[in-house]
Design a protein around this ligand. Structure first.
Ligand code: NA7
Length: 535
């Protein structure tokens, strides 16, 4: 069988774009298939009102090219989705990436031919410019994102709703004007918390259906000060280096103190300081917020108390108070979320004790009451980490499907490879730190690992690489062990697949932090790709 490309890359988001660039730099041929019409991945699909990144823009950006770092101008502390999409397009143009990309083309199946050690990749069209067909490649690299397979819950009657239904993770590209409309939003996760304040400003009336109240901290977003940007640009390498020493790959200061061991006044001062600064750094107020129940409760109570200071109606304020531990679900970062519930055109419906009965032609029925609205917004999240991967029918050795292999939850070696699936790499797969970190440095680290690996194989005259079963088992064991150290694994969230009925409950990302993970990968390479069989 002839080989069309050294590698097929699935997805043209930040992972796929950099992977292509890196492979080209090393003299490999590659083809990227992308289901959308353009580059950008997450930032291509998630066009809901108010969508923006919760990591600061100067950090949520590529670092592989200092020219790119210097020339690109971020306008706000937290970049909006349109700005991030402009950035993705700029990168695609600047590095001439599009000529090796095929858009509106979804990879449906990828089959490993054991005799030839080649992947056969079959595609289908998602739009007019797409290609249905098949190509062959030595390697397949998935860059499909961790939060990219939208979850539409099976609420009875969903298809009966007469008005338009929108999912935040697959928003119409022409935008939606809610002016004069009544709107129902299901969900109060990050996407809802970002979009609700913006939808409320447009809509005639907005009803929010909340199953689980969520923790959120203020973004304190603002235009970036040119002096600050100059300073960042002058010191970019140092900032990037510091970020890689932090568990989340974000350059913020972690207070090494314990919350329980800190006197009340000082403790609250620390929380308030972080609160006033805004953003995810709140969870770094103390080093033990996710390790110690009492410490966690101090942080949770601090945030809970803020709700009553903002929300005027006591019943609504009480309903908005989260009950679970803080940081169990990813902390949300908002602009004016709680204050939105003071608006006369916004109603909160607490459905924590009873699921929505059904969607009706004109709205929905919950707790024995009918609610009517013109438009329905599903801010109901994603089948995280494995959803997009398992939509592709991957067939490894012996025709075994990845879906079957992961029947009881995903198992990987380093979050990068799977036993029985030679020459298949995953960028930010389950078992890697990915979703617990700043995605950009995590993506770049994975891409560099994969590109270096392909180069090493070429140098050694090898064509096949596959994880060894005992190495995978050891990694899976390690991922499980470290997850048990933190409080995060104790509660329901998409990290453990709890938001998808029937999904095996496994803590999917590696919680040991980016520095430990980088070290583990470096050790594997230093020991001649330890844990892998090369042929
Ligand atoms: P999330 O965080 O998974 O939020 C989804 C929300 O939808 C959450 O409030 C869910 O309640 C709710 N939901 C899901 N299914 C239902 C049903 N059937 N009935 C009522 N409510 C439901 O997704 P997001 O898109 O907001 O954010 C995902 C990540 O993107 C985020 O963590 C950031 O990292 C960026 P639940 O909490 O499950 O009770």
């Amino acid at each position: 069988m002839s080989i069309d490309f050294d590698a097929v890359i699935i997805g043209a988001g930040f992972g796929g774009m950099y992977m292509l660039h890196r492979l080209r730099q090393k003299g490999f041929t590659a083809r990227v298939f992308e289901a959308g019409k353009g580059v950008g991945g997450t930032w291509y699909w998630n066009r809901y009102p108010g969508a923006r990144c919760d990591v600061e823009s100067v950090q949520y950006s590529y670092q592989f090219s200092s020219e790119l770092e210097q020339e690109w101008e971020w306008s706000e502390r937290y970049a909006t989705q349109p700005e991030l999409l402009r950035y993705a397009n700029h990168v695609a143009d600047r590095f001439d990436l599009r000529r090796d990309m095929r858009f509106e083309t979804r990879v449906a199946r990828a089959t490993f031919d054991e005799a030839a050690s080649i992947w056969k990749v079959e595609t289908e069209r998602t739009g007019a410019s797409g290609t249905a067909g098949s190509v062959t490649a030595r390697f397949v690299i998935t860059a499909m994102g961790c939060l990219s397979s939208p979850n539409t819950p099976k609420i009875p009657g969903l298809e009966e709703f007469k008005g338009p239904t929108y999912h935040t993770g697959n928003w119409p590209h022409e935008g939606v004007d809610f002016t004069g409309k009544t709107v129902g939003v299901i969900g109060t996760g990050s996407s809802a918390i970002q979009s609700i304040p913006v939808i409320a400003e447009q809509a005639k009336h907005l009803t929010v259906f909340q199953r689980t109240a969520n923790y959120t901290v203020p973004a304190h977003n603002r235009p970036l000060d040119p002096d600050y940007v100059r300073q960042v640009k002058a010191n970019y390498p140092e900032m990037r280096r510091r970020a890689k020493t932090k568990p989340a790959g974000i350059d913020f200061t972690i207070n090494p103190a314990s919350a329980v061991e800190t006197p009340e006044e000082e403790r609250n001062r620390q929380f308030q300081e972080r609160w006033d600064y805004g953003g995810l750094g709140f969870m770094a107020s103390f080093s033990d917020l996710l390790l110690n129940d009492d410490s966690n409760k101090f942080a949770a109570d601090f945030v809970r108390a803020k709700i009553g200071e903002v929300v005027k109606d006591p019943e609504t304020a009480a309903a908005l108070v989260p009950k679970n531990i803080i940081g169990c679900k990813r902390l949300c970062v908002d602009t004016g979320y709680w204050a939105t519930f003071n608006r006369p055109n916004v109603t909160l419906v607490d459905i924590s004790d009873e699921p929505i009965e059904r969607i009706t032609a004109n709205g929905l029925r919950a707790k024995g009451r009918d609610y009517t609205f013109d438009c329905l917004v599903l801010a109901t999240g994603f089948d995280a980490m494995t959803g997009a991967l398992l939509k592709v029918d991957f067939r490894g050795r012996g025709g075994v499907s990845l879906k079957e292999r992961w029947n009881e939850g995903p198992k990987t070696y380093l979050g990068l490879t799977v036993v029985g699936f030679p020459n298949l790499f995953m960028i930010t797969g389950p078992g890697s730190p990915s979703v617990l970190t700043n995605m950009l440095p995590s993506i770049e680290q994975h891409v560099d690992f994969i590109a270096d690996c392909l180069e090493a194989l070429r140098r050694k005259g090898k064509t096949v690489i596959e994880a060894e079963p005992q190495a995978q088992e050891a990694w899976v064991g390690h991922v499980g062990d470290v997850s048990n150290i933190t409080l995060r694994s104790t509660c329901s969230s998409w990290y453990v697949g709890a938001n998808i009925p029937g999904k095996p409950r496994v803590f999917m990302p590696y919680i040991g932090g980016l520095p430990a993970y980088i070290q583990a990968c470096e050790k594997v390479v230093a020991n001649g790709y330890e844990g892998f069989a090369l042929a």
